[in-house]
Design a protein around this ligand. Structure first.
Ligand SMILES: [Zn+2]
Length: 220
């Protein structure tokens, strides 16, 4: 059962408050959730975060889109989770979060920006595309590799991430260059090298042309 179902049936007051707040676009800047031991407070907080960022809110989170999934897995860059159960929340933690509020968000809704770009866009994004099944099998076969948080995600998550990047590659065909990463490492390297070299060449040509223009202007 989705968490929305639980909330609607077991906590109808909370459900109503949230539904009304989202439907009328009147969210408070903070919510304090309190309940008896065992009450799903963390789940409620996560659900609230999903509802704010969900790709298809109605008016609350659908709990199935890529953004909801990433919040659930804590891989959404602008979602910060401080667990007071694991560690006591210190003043420094709060100050760090306050500092984060003033920064540019790392995420654009529905689009994964894995790096803080400060408003700059890369000239070239190499997209190493591979079926998640093949990628995960390669990871499993490589016993010396340190396991990271993404390795343990379900196949459905990896498929969603792949679709999001394929969508970005379609949307920005000039910037994105897709490389079939199921090839041998040498072939993948060669494809990346050729593309970077070709881009640098045309970039150099443009610079030279521009310089020539500048010189012409100065001499005229
Ligand atoms: Zn969603």
């Amino acid at each position: 059962m989705k968490f929305a179902g639980y909330l609607e049936n077991k906590q109808p007051l909370v459900w109503k408050t949230f539904s009304h707040a989202f439907a009328s676009h009147r969210l408070a800047h903070a919510y304090l959730l309190s309940g008896e031991a065992g009450a799903p407070l963390k789940e409620t907080a996560f659900f609230l975060a999903k509802s704010i960022l969900c790709d298809h809110p109605d008016p609350l989170a659908d709990e199935t889109c890529l953004t909801c999934t990433r919040i659930e897995h804590r891989t959404y860059a602008d979602f910060i989770f401080l667990d007071g159960e694991e560690n006591s929340i210190k003043k420094d933690d709060v100050q760090e979060i306050l500092g984060d509020f003033s920064k540019t968000p790392l995420e654009e809704k529905g689009i994964m920006n894995l790096f803080a770009t400060e408003g700059l866009e890369p000239d070239l994004t190499l997209f190493f595309d591979i079926k998640p099944e093949i990628g995960l099998a390669r990871i499993a076969a490589n016993s010396g590799r340190e396991v990271n948080r993404l390795d343990v995600e379900k196949l459905s998550f990896h498929n969603q991430v792949r679709s999001a990047f394929q969508e970005l590659a379609k949307r920005f065909p000039k910037r994105y260059f897709t490389i079939d990463a199921s090839q041998s490492p040498e072939a993948v390297y060669q494809a990346a090298y050729n593309e970077i070299k070709a881009r640098l060449k045309s970039c150099l040509k443009r610079c030279r042309r521009r310089n020539a223009c500048c010189r012409n202007k100065r001499s005229s």
